[in-house]
Design a protein around this ligand. Sequence first.
Ligand code: NAD
Length: 347
Amino acid sequence: DVARLDGFDRHEQVWLGRDTARGLTAIVSIHTTVLGPALGGTRIWPHVSFEAGVIDALRLSRGMTFKSAIAGLPLGGGKAVIIADAKKDKTPAMLEAYAEMLNKLQGQYITAEDVGMTLADADFLAERAPNVSGTTKGGSGNPSPFTAQGTFVGLKAALRHRTGSDALSGVRVGVQGLGSVGWSLCEKLHAEGAVLTVSDLDVVRTARAAEKFGATVVSGDAILSADVDIFAPCALGGILSAETIPQLKAGIVAGAANNQLATAEDGMRLVERGILYAPDYVINAGGVINVAAEMAEGGYSVGAVSPRVEKIADTLAAIFQRADREGRTTDAVAETMAREIVEAARK
Ligand code: NAD
């Protein structure tokens, strides 16, 4: 069933862990370890079914293979999903049971934060299990500033590809989501003179953006049809779909959100509308580049991270050029490039 659910990809391992007494149902998916140990965060999410959780873990772990391969990291792709509501069900007992599961995996999977899992949770797990990255104690800490940095240079690479210049002064950018990444991205865009339109469910954040950046605030889905040059999704996945793509006025989509394309066909829908798309797992790799620096010889050094994150701009430029040359979508080209890297290493 796993093969059927996930097309032709054969994941190396899928582990299922259940401890009903302590409220744990977890799936750890290891897609590949060809380039290195499988790294990817643990997502705590109230999936409607066990199958939905497994599918999510399979897709996310495959995405991590692509993300790390394209970023040139010596890492494979892994991801874990705990089926639970992080606000209601996340208890120390549940995390303890999960730490025991991580111990049983004997270091084949390296975890980190993801949706529903905080820095404090990572610290808690790291006291009980091996291979927990992104912790505050001796680890690389919060990845968001690096994700924002990569998204910023990637957005500029897209602008340069489209217009021949990456000067942001007067360029209109719509940012959906003013969380850790979106806010930091807005700071950088504002500093270089971009004109911001923003949306967030949290009105305190939007009010602050209006005050600090002079941003125009729009509510709900109005960000999709905002009159902007660039749309930067920094909130939800699945935001680019048959329903939303016709609404876009932006000529470029470049943002940090994971899994932006609702379906594989949506990459082509963007091309048909003449929109340049920066593939999400390429542009948002700053966070994983930061975590990977923990594995460097001599330990984590923050100074080594930024130059690597800046390279996201070159990688995207190469993807845009190849997509033009081959008449393919940027997301298809990114996947091909990632698979080529993994296959070359396998051989
Ligand atoms: P976050 O939780 O800090 O912020 C998300 C923000 O989006 C919140 O302010 C939330 O209120 C807002 N939001 C939610 N739904 C919305 C909607 N419908 N319209 C407008 N705003 C909405 O998350 P983050 O860490 O900033 O991550 C943002 C995105 O980037 C996520 O998709 C995440 O998976 C992805 N990402 C983050 C990192 C990282 O290092 N944090 C790395 C890679 C990818």
